[in-house]
Design a protein around this ligand. Structure first.
Ligand code: MN
Length: 240
């Protein structure tokens, strides 16, 4: 059994969700063959040298999961794209790049956070490009923790304002971008998050049937894609 989650957006404002994730790691991840976290594990990651106090327990629990024998893979999302080597060292997690192809019980499967598929949202893509610029990153990591925190808050406010004014379709994936990514990585199976629209889609890929799984967020409950040799299923579980 291999587990996939994304968009937990762990933060001090939702301690119950952090608690749910700690329990998920302890009770479910430790029994899995692997856990993949496909971005936005944290609501904000200000740099490996600036771990927020509310994230300490999570890092310890990830390390315990890895020590218990389950490899944990983490892909950066748009909120935690600054996760780096020191995070990997401390948590025991293995960092993935922006895209990865894994062998999922014999099926080559493309893993993405999902934001690169939302090509209709031009302002977002423009901002993404700026934030991933190595010069911008160096400059940001040179700032004091308080300054970084203030910037993250500002970015969140800007994003919330922009999101409110955008059409739902603009913020979803672009179907051609989905097909382009599948073609580029020579796969017919994809798993991603980011859009917070958990679902299973079939995609017509040049006359072949491709599949796209979308992971759910952890705002009000937990969400996980459980994959076994027979197939995958989305599960939602509560806070009780
Ligand atoms: Mn995201």
């Amino acid at each position: 059994m291999i587990l996939f989650v994304s968009d937990l957006h762990l933060c001090a404002e939702r301690p119950a969700i952090t608690g749910l994730f700690l329990r998920f790691l302890h009770e479910r991840a430790t029994r899995a063959e692997a856990l993949y976290i496909l971005g936005d594990l944290f609501e904000a990651w200000l740099g490996d040298d600036c771990v927020l106090p509310e994230h300490e327990d999570v890092l310890d629990a990830l390390a315990a999961t890895v020590t218990a024998g389950t490899p944990v893979y983490v892909m950066p999302g748009n909120r935690d794209f600054l996760l780096g080597d020191a995070f990997a060292q401390r948590s025991g997690c293995r960092l993935l790049g922006d895209a990865a192809v894994i062998d999922l019980y014999g099926t080559p499967t493309l893993l993405l956070h999902g934001d690169t598929l939302c090509t209709d949202d031009l302002p977002y893509q423009q901002m993404r490009k700026q934030l991933r610029d190595p010069r911008w990153i160096t400059q940001f990591l040179g700032k004091a923790p308080e300054e970084r925190l203030a910037f993250a808050r500002e970015l969140r406010a800007v994003s919330e304002e922009a999101t409110g004014g955008k059409a739902a379709e603009v913020m979803d994936v672009n179907q051609e971008a989905v097909r382009d990514s599948l073609r580029a990585h020579k796969t017919q199976h994809m798993i991603h998050g980011h859009t917070h629209r958990p679902s299973h889609h079939t995609v017509d890929l040049d006359g072949k049937r491709a599949e796209r799984w979308v992971l759910g967020d952890w705002y009000a409950a937990g969400s996980v894609l459980v994959c076994e040799a027979q197939g995958c299923r989305l599960e939602r579980f509560g806070l009780d």
